[in-house]
Every structure is written in structure tokens, then in C-alpha cells.
Ligand binder design. Structure first.
Ligand SMILES: NC(=O)c1ccc[n+]([C@@H]2O[C@H](COP(=O)([O-])OP(=O)(O)OC[C@H]3O[C@@H](n4cnc5c(N)ncnc54)[C@H](OP(=O)(O)O)[C@@H]3O)[C@@H](O)[C@H]2O)c1
Length: 272
């Protein structure tokens, strides 16, 4: 009889590891008894309702038990002691740890880099992933596993993962900055703070419905609002004059540079 595959998550009770592990279990994408979890503290986290989940005590034990290893620890905690996955399928969620770095540590492993985002716990992540020369069966398994967090798609170049770690990987960072700026502007113009916060929430969170699935129309939406020549148009034009697009471009450039530099530091052996 064929041996059943086991999946291990290193960092399973962290923010992302838990979103992934519980996504797999709650959507019945992976059997409870074939999931192995590893963390630093020994806490159970959100896995309490799943008593058949197996707990590994260290990386060596996890590797002995599993065919697929997911690395969801912080880059500065990697490599975990005993990391030697042999020819196993290894899926890394770690920002800034390159395939070359992983391959240097695990030359025989089938390596995948994936970059989920802050919507993973709601099952609404956009998760790009990259691998070189992955067999069809492995690619299908990776797509199924990452589907536990939302939409997943392969990208053609590893560098795209780093660029995307700066965009989708930043999760709510930029919408939160926008919300703060709207609140501060409202207060500066005399609004009570709680009113300004509700108004900012309506803009930032409430606009999701209007924009969802319509990214290709974003320019047309802006132009339609500009076309009214009213209050919103005055705001759009002032934002453009003040360089809003340039501000976002500078933020993404800095974050992409950080992701790429992190890799070079890693490859030089310096760590994060
Ligand atoms: N958060 C995001 O939105 C996001 C997005 C894309 C990629 N990532 C990447 O995902 C990874 C995890 O991020 P996170 O935000 O989930 O971090 P986190 O919440 O700090 O979780 C880290 C996990 O690693 C475990 N851990 C730390 N040292 C360990 C060790 N020596 N042995 C075993 N387990 C150990 C922790 O154990 P305890 O639970 O016991 O503390 C925890 O479960 C990072 O590499 C990050 O770059 C995160």
C-alpha cells in the first residue's frame, strides 16, 4: 500500500503558519492525522480543536515524519537546528531567503518559495510562488496546499517573489498608512477623531467592494471621478501635484531593495 504523505509546518503557531495550517484543516484540504506541527514554545495555538495533529519537538523529528516541509519561521530564526530535508519538497514562506540560499543548505530538496499576504487568515491571500524544474505532481500539490490561504499562482522569475513581497506581501501596510493620513487630515480640518476614523474606514475598507476584481479599471475609475469636476476631482488633482504616485513608488522601491539586499546578505552568510 502506498505510504500516505505527511506535511510538516515549522512555525505552525506563528501568524502565517497558523493561518496556513488552520486553513488546510478547516477547508479539509489535508487530513488532520497527517499534519505535523513544530514551534519554539510548545504552545498548541489554534490547533486545540484538532487533537490528531502530530507535534514534532525539533526539525530532525519533523523531517523523519514528513514528506513535505513548510518553513514559516522568521528569516532570522533560519536555519533551524538539524535542517537537512534531503530530497523532500520544501516550501518556504520566508521573505528574503533565496532559492540559492535554501539550495546551499539543502542541495537535494525540491524547493519552492511562496509569498502569502496578510489576508491569509481570511482565506483571501494572493500567494505568488516560484520553483525551478518542479515535477507536475509537485506543482499540483503546491497549488492545492497554497489554495488553503486564497488565490495562488506560479510566477516565472524568483525576483518577482521579492517584488511581490514588497507589494502584496506588505498586506494592510499601505491602506493603513492611507487611513492614518485621512484621519489626521480630517482632524486637522476640525472633525472629532471618532468621526474621522469612521469616515476613513468607509474609504479604505468600504471601497474594497467597488474595487474588487476591477484593478484593470482603476485608471478609468479615477478619470470618471475627475470628470465630475467636483470635490473629489479637486482632491485627486492636488494629490497628483503633491506626488502621491511618486511616494508609493519610493516606498515600493525601498521595500524591493530591502528584499533583494536581504538575499545578498544571506548568501554572504550574514543572516537577516
Ligand atoms: N506575516 C506576514 O504577513 C507574512 C507574509 C509573507 C511572508 N511571511 C513570512 O512568514 C514567516 C513567518 O512570519 P510570521 O509573521 O508568521 O512570524 P511569527 O508570527 O513570529 O511566527 C514565527 C513562528 O516560528 C516559530 N519559531 C521561531 N523559532 C523557532 C525555532 N527555533 N524552532 C521552531 N519554531 C520556531 C514560532 O514559534 P512560537 O509560535 O512557539 O513562538 C512561530 O510559530 C517569516 O519568514 C515571514 O517573512 C510573513
Amino acid at each position: 500500500m502506498a505510504k500516505r504523505a505527511r506535511l510538516g509546518i515549522a512555525g505552525a503557531t506563528g501568524w502565517l503558519g497558523q493561518a496556513f495550517g488552520l486553513g488546510l484543516l478547516s477547508r479539509e484540504l489535508w487530513p488532520e492525522a497527517d499534519l505535523v506541527i513544530l514551534n519554539r514554545s510548545g504552545r498548541t495555538g489554534g490547533y486545540g480543536p484538532y487533537p490528531r495533529v502530530i507535534r514534532a519537538h525539533n526539525m530532525v523529528e519533523m523531517q523523519d515524519l514528513c514528506d513535505v516541509i513548510v518553513l514559516s519561521v522568521r528569516p532570522e530564526d533560519f536555519p533551524l537546528a538539524g535542517f537537512a530535508p534531503g530530497g523532500r519538497l520544501v516550501i518556504s514562506f520566508m521573505a528574503g531567503v533565496s532559492v540559492a540560499r535554501l539550495r546551499a543548505l539543502a542541495p537535494q530538496a525540491r524547493i519552492v518559495r511562496a509569498m502569502p499576504n496578510g489576508n491569509a487568515s481570511e482565506g483571501a491571500s494572493y500567494t505568488p510562488w516560484f520553483a525551478e524544474g518542479l515535477a507536475e505532481g509537485d506543482a499540483a500539490l503546491v497549488a492545492r496546499l497554497l489554495g488553503a490561504m486564497g488565490v495562488a499562482e506560479p510566477v516565472a522569475h524568483e525576483d518577482h517573489v521579492d517584488v511581490l513581497s514588497a507589494i502584496s506581501g506588505s498586506g494592510p501596510a499601505y491602506p493603513a498608512l492611507l487611513a492614518l493620513a485621512l484621519v489626521e487630515a480630517g482632524i486637522a480640518h476640525g472633525l472629532p477623531k471618532d468621526v474621522a476614523e469612521r469616515a476613513a474606514e468607509a474609504v479604505v475598507a468600504g471601497s474594497a467592494g467597488a474595487l474588487s476584481g476591477r484593478m484593470a479599471e482603476a485608471r478609468a475609475i479615477v478619470e470618471a471621478l475627475r470628470g465630475y469636476r467636483g470635490v473629489t476631482a479637486a482632491g485627486i488633482e492636488a494629490a497628483e501635484r503633491a506626488g502621491l504616485e511618486g511616494v508609493i513608488a519610493a516606498a515600493i522601491s525601498a521595500a524591493v531593495t530591502r528584499a533583494r539586499t536581504w538575499i545578498r546578505e544571506d548568501e554572504g552568510g550574514g543572516g537577516a
